[in-house]
Design a protein around this ligand. Sequence first.
Ligand code: BGC
Length: 738
Amino acid sequence: MKHTAFAIAAAALLLGACCGQPKFQGPLYQDESADLEARVQDAISRMTLEEKVKVLHAQSKFSSAGVPRLGIPELWCTDGPHGVRAEVLWDEWNQAGWTNDSIVAFPALTCLAATWDPEMSALYGKVIGEEARFREKDVLLGPGVNIYRTPLNGRNFEYMGEDPYLSSRMVVPYVQGVQANGVATCVKHFCLNNEETWRHTTDVDLSDRALYEIYLPAFKAAVTEGGSWSIMGSYNLYRGTHVCHNDRLLNQILKGEWGWDGAVISDWGGVHDTDEAITGGMDLEFGSWTDGLTMGRTNAYDSYFLADAYLERLRDGRADEATLNDKVARVLRLNFRTAMRSGKPFGAICSEGHYEAARTIGANGIVLLKNDGVLPVSPDVKSILVVGENAVKMLTVGGGSSSLKVQREISPLQGIIERAGADVKVEYARGYAGSAATVQDGLDVGQDLSETRGADALIAEACAKAAGADLVIFVGGLNKDGNQDCEGTDRLSMDLPYGQDAVIAALAGANPRLAVVLISGNAVTLPWLEEVPALLQGWYLGSEAGHALADVLWGDVAPSGKLPFTFPAALEDSPAHFGGKAFPCEGENYYEEGIYVGYRWFDHKGIAPRLAFGYGLSYTTFEIGQAKASAASLKDGATLKITVPVTNTGERAGAEVVQLYIHDCEASVDRPEKELKGFRKVYLEPGESAKVEFEIGTDALSYFDEAGHRWVAEPGDFEARIGNSSDAIATSVAFSLK
Ligand code: BGC
């Protein structure tokens, strides 16, 4: 029904063209060749007050009404951000039980960020956009770009790490790739949603420098450069007001300073007050409550904050029509750009190309963290023992709203068996037992991981089998259960759960040829790192997990991922927890560390991280040569070229990520020791060299001046520090800003 009216309009256009009448015959708002703004205003002029209010709130769990009388279709949203969510019942979270809504799960966004490759991001956007389009969705609820502030945040796996520049560069191609399909992205969760436990009540405050320099840039890039057509207001409060109706964040910054014309969609249940929602910048309210049908009310959607209560205020003059029209215009723009747009591609679902993309992105995001010669798997290996629950557990399921119903999921064990081939004996031992729960959104995914043996028996079995194997591969980490990598909860500690540290230590004692693979979206403590010869950060890899992992284990794909966040040695070392600060935080929540988030904090405090931001090895080695600047100085508004040679000095092909950090030698305000302002991933054959080029403009040298409320680049001396991780600077070049 949704597309019928629009199809009629398109047919009218076609008919007009055939009969030598190229001019569109219908009303202006239906003429796709006309200016968008003129169409939107024309539609608004034809809408009744009731119709206007109707488009500002949900009509089901994931859809909002159009204007049937005018042929304006409904809008359909879906989660996001790693694949298209299964259909749910009209007014419930439970799955609808359709048989045609299984999809491809793509790697988690932490993995995408770890590729440090905007081309991977473009590919990701394209394929997930195609899946969303095929499922007839108009808005994809993602990607997520909240900054990684603490390793305990349960939703870090859905985001792009700790650095504003990295996440900005990675989010833009994702947005563009999705939207090329006529599907809007809804970048989330805007903003400061950095914990889950008290996500509805935590009231964040922070300096403007931290807000503008750390927490806003990725959102700004997504809307101003990526052109995202919608954004999701987050659950938390900022300076005493919920973000979903926060005048400063939504009206002043997002719509004002950034000049954005898109629609703010509330997080599901993020709106709490009609008057604040009207004046505070909320455009489209979702999820306020869920009893529309199940509790037997005729239509609870009329009770939304932006429904009847808004209508009453408009009728009695407490609310003005100009504000209403602005909201309607934003929702109509979103609608015209997506649902009411002809000539959209059809999209595709579960195509081999999509599986290939999932595998490529996954393999390119896996990070090799340590390797004392155990990897890549040698042809001499004739027996492999795989240990660990994550080698077999379905990890596309769970974690909250990003949980997926996949057409297929290749487990690490399957991937290893396939790649090892018939000549290699592959055995499995459980090693530890986590939770056996596999029910999601009311559906049992049909995997039974119940275990009756105790920890000692599982370790004894694994060690006995390990002793005789040519290679042991442990696959563990976190999972998508509550208090791990999971929405609505945070982790309770930075340690690995289920006694895995003891299993890994015992395995290291039983067989020195041990590779550990961690599946997680967060940093964990690594007490056994010195005893373990090889360590890989495997992330949540989605449908092609086992294939992507085997590609890297065997070296079919050279590992080239780099950490998008720091692994602290201990939780107390990290900025949100330093000095025993309370986390999670229910009420007033001041971000004392300010701009010193991630590696900026570790640099500032002189604390050595366990594994640094930007770190990751390959099976080959690289040398970064002397950097050169095109000039000794630049003027405000101009740019400088910095070139640096990089050579593959090893025996195998591989890719290196050359990272450029800016150091301000003298400043009138506190500045981080260095900040990432450029990176390039280069693929090199053995012995091959390349010249990497960076362009540095004054924006890369600026800080946010709170008093003047503007970005300032202070004249003086700077250094570009270039290396292959934030703690491995190979070369630097000095220059000045005149
Ligand atoms: C989550 C969002 C999600 C929405 C709809 C909320 O609970 O925070 O990320 O898009 O639900 O499922």
